[in-house]
Design a protein around this ligand. Structure first.
Ligand code: HEC
Length: 119
Protein backbone atom coordinates (compact mmCIF):
# COMPACT_ATOMS: atom_id res chain seq x y z
CA UNK A 1 0.00 0.00 0.00
CA UNK A 2 2.66 2.58 0.82
CA UNK A 3 4.42 1.90 -2.47
CA UNK A 4 1.12 2.26 -4.33
CA UNK A 5 0.61 5.59 -2.61
CA UNK A 6 4.06 6.68 -3.71
CA UNK A 7 3.27 5.70 -7.29
CA UNK A 8 0.04 7.69 -7.15
CA UNK A 9 1.85 10.68 -5.72
CA UNK A 10 4.61 10.46 -8.30
CA UNK A 11 2.10 10.16 -11.12
CA UNK A 12 0.28 13.19 -9.77
CA UNK A 13 3.45 15.23 -9.50
CA UNK A 14 4.69 14.30 -12.96
CA UNK A 15 1.28 15.08 -14.42
CA UNK A 16 1.14 18.39 -12.59
CA UNK A 17 4.53 19.39 -13.95
CA UNK A 18 3.54 18.60 -17.52
CA UNK A 19 0.28 20.53 -17.28
CA UNK A 20 1.83 23.47 -15.44
CA UNK A 21 2.62 25.33 -18.64
CA UNK A 22 -0.68 24.47 -20.34
CA UNK A 23 -2.47 25.35 -17.12
CA UNK A 24 -1.35 28.96 -17.29
CA UNK A 25 -2.91 29.40 -20.71
CA UNK A 26 -6.07 27.60 -19.60
CA UNK A 27 -6.52 29.76 -16.51
CA UNK A 28 -6.20 33.00 -18.44
CA UNK A 29 -8.50 31.74 -21.20
CA UNK A 30 -11.09 30.95 -18.54
CA UNK A 31 -10.65 34.36 -16.97
CA UNK A 32 -11.17 36.00 -20.35
CA UNK A 33 -14.31 33.92 -20.95
CA UNK A 34 -15.62 35.77 -17.91
CA UNK A 35 -17.74 34.78 -14.96
CA UNK A 36 -16.20 31.37 -14.31
CA UNK A 37 -14.37 31.05 -10.98
CA UNK A 38 -10.62 31.27 -11.46
CA UNK A 39 -9.34 28.09 -9.84
CA UNK A 40 -5.85 26.95 -10.81
CA UNK A 41 -6.24 23.64 -12.71
CA UNK A 42 -3.05 22.29 -11.12
CA UNK A 43 -5.11 21.88 -7.96
CA UNK A 44 -7.43 19.51 -9.79
CA UNK A 45 -4.53 17.35 -10.98
CA UNK A 46 -2.95 17.23 -7.52
CA UNK A 47 -6.34 16.32 -6.02
CA UNK A 48 -6.62 13.15 -8.10
CA UNK A 49 -4.63 11.28 -5.46
CA UNK A 50 -7.28 12.11 -2.82
CA UNK A 51 -10.26 10.63 -4.64
CA UNK A 52 -9.03 7.05 -4.26
CA UNK A 53 -9.82 7.25 -0.55
CA UNK A 54 -12.18 10.22 -0.19
CA UNK A 55 -14.29 9.68 -3.33
CA UNK A 56 -14.80 12.10 -6.20
CA UNK A 57 -14.68 15.74 -4.99
CA UNK A 58 -14.26 14.54 -1.39
CA UNK A 59 -17.65 12.81 -1.31
CA UNK A 60 -16.87 9.59 0.48
CA UNK A 61 -19.36 6.75 0.70
CA UNK A 62 -17.30 4.58 3.05
CA UNK A 63 -15.49 4.90 6.38
CA UNK A 64 -13.07 7.58 5.16
CA UNK A 65 -14.38 11.03 6.20
CA UNK A 66 -16.01 13.24 3.55
CA UNK A 67 -14.88 16.82 3.15
CA UNK A 68 -17.18 17.79 0.31
CA UNK A 69 -18.68 21.21 1.04
CA UNK A 70 -15.89 22.24 3.44
CA UNK A 71 -14.21 25.58 2.73
CA UNK A 72 -10.77 25.91 1.12
CA UNK A 73 -9.56 27.37 4.44
CA UNK A 74 -10.78 24.32 6.37
CA UNK A 75 -9.12 21.84 3.99
CA UNK A 76 -5.85 23.80 3.87
CA UNK A 77 -5.68 24.05 7.67
CA UNK A 78 -6.47 20.33 8.07
CA UNK A 79 -3.75 19.29 5.60
CA UNK A 80 -1.15 21.54 7.25
CA UNK A 81 -2.07 20.20 10.69
CA UNK A 82 -1.77 16.61 9.42
CA UNK A 83 1.59 17.49 7.84
CA UNK A 84 3.00 18.99 11.04
CA UNK A 85 1.59 16.22 13.21
CA UNK A 86 -0.48 18.73 15.19
CA UNK A 87 -3.54 16.76 14.13
CA UNK A 88 -3.21 13.04 14.89
CA UNK A 89 -3.85 10.71 11.95
CA UNK A 90 -3.29 7.23 10.58
CA UNK A 91 -2.51 8.02 6.94
CA UNK A 92 -3.10 11.72 6.37
CA UNK A 93 0.10 12.86 8.07
CA UNK A 94 2.18 10.69 5.79
CA UNK A 95 0.17 11.72 2.74
CA UNK A 96 0.27 15.46 3.51
CA UNK A 97 4.07 15.36 3.99
CA UNK A 98 4.35 14.65 0.25
CA UNK A 99 3.15 18.15 -0.66
CA UNK A 100 4.69 21.59 -0.36
CA UNK A 101 2.58 24.27 1.34
CA UNK A 102 2.02 25.80 -2.10
CA UNK A 103 0.63 22.51 -3.44
CA UNK A 104 -1.57 22.15 -0.34
CA UNK A 105 -2.96 25.60 -1.09
CA UNK A 106 -3.79 24.61 -4.69
CA UNK A 107 -5.42 21.35 -3.56
CA UNK A 108 -7.51 23.10 -0.90
CA UNK A 109 -8.53 25.85 -3.30
CA UNK A 110 -9.71 23.31 -5.86
CA UNK A 111 -11.44 20.87 -3.51
CA UNK A 112 -13.01 23.64 -1.42
CA UNK A 113 -14.49 25.23 -4.52
CA UNK A 114 -15.64 22.11 -6.35
CA UNK A 115 -17.29 20.88 -3.16
CA UNK A 116 -19.49 23.95 -2.98
CA UNK A 117 -20.52 23.58 -6.60
CA UNK A 118 -21.56 19.92 -6.34
CA UNK A 119 -23.18 19.96 -2.91
C1 HEC B 1 -4.90 6.33 1.74
C2 HEC B 1 -6.20 6.99 1.86
C3 HEC B 1 -6.24 8.50 1.85
C4 HEC B 1 -5.77 9.37 0.88
C5 HEC B 1 -5.04 9.03 -0.41
C6 HEC B 1 -6.14 10.71 1.32
N1 HEC B 1 -6.80 10.65 2.51
FE1 HEC B 1 -7.52 12.25 3.59
N2 HEC B 1 -8.07 11.01 5.10
C7 HEC B 1 -7.88 9.64 5.12
C8 HEC B 1 -8.19 9.14 6.45
C9 HEC B 1 -8.13 7.67 6.88
C10 HEC B 1 -8.56 10.25 7.23
C11 HEC B 1 -8.86 10.30 8.72
C12 HEC B 1 -7.59 10.79 9.44
C13 HEC B 1 -6.50 9.72 9.45
O1 HEC B 1 -6.61 8.77 10.22
O2 HEC B 1 -5.52 9.84 8.68
C14 HEC B 1 -8.50 11.41 6.34
C15 HEC B 1 -8.85 12.71 6.71
C16 HEC B 1 -8.84 13.81 5.88
C17 HEC B 1 -9.36 15.12 6.18
C18 HEC B 1 -10.03 15.55 7.46
C19 HEC B 1 -11.53 15.50 7.27
C20 HEC B 1 -12.25 16.22 8.36
O3 HEC B 1 -13.39 15.86 8.61
O4 HEC B 1 -11.70 17.16 8.94
C21 HEC B 1 -9.13 15.91 5.12
C22 HEC B 1 -9.50 17.38 4.94
C23 HEC B 1 -8.48 15.09 4.11
N3 HEC B 1 -8.32 13.83 4.59
C24 HEC B 1 -8.09 15.56 2.89
C25 HEC B 1 -7.38 14.80 1.96
C26 HEC B 1 -6.83 15.35 0.73
C27 HEC B 1 -7.02 16.79 0.27
C28 HEC B 1 -6.17 14.33 0.10
C29 HEC B 1 -5.36 14.39 -1.17
C30 HEC B 1 -4.25 15.34 -1.15
C31 HEC B 1 -6.34 13.13 0.93
N4 HEC B 1 -7.06 13.47 2.04
C32 HEC B 1 -5.86 11.87 0.61
C33 HEC B 1 -7.47 8.86 4.05
C34 HEC B 1 -6.88 9.33 2.89
Amino acid sequence: MPSMLKMLLTAGLVASMSVAVAAKGFASAKAKAGGVAKVDPRGQVLSLSCSGCHGPDGKSSGVIPSFNGKSPEYIEAALKEFKSGERVSTVMGRHAKGYTDGEIHLIAEYLGTVGKKTK
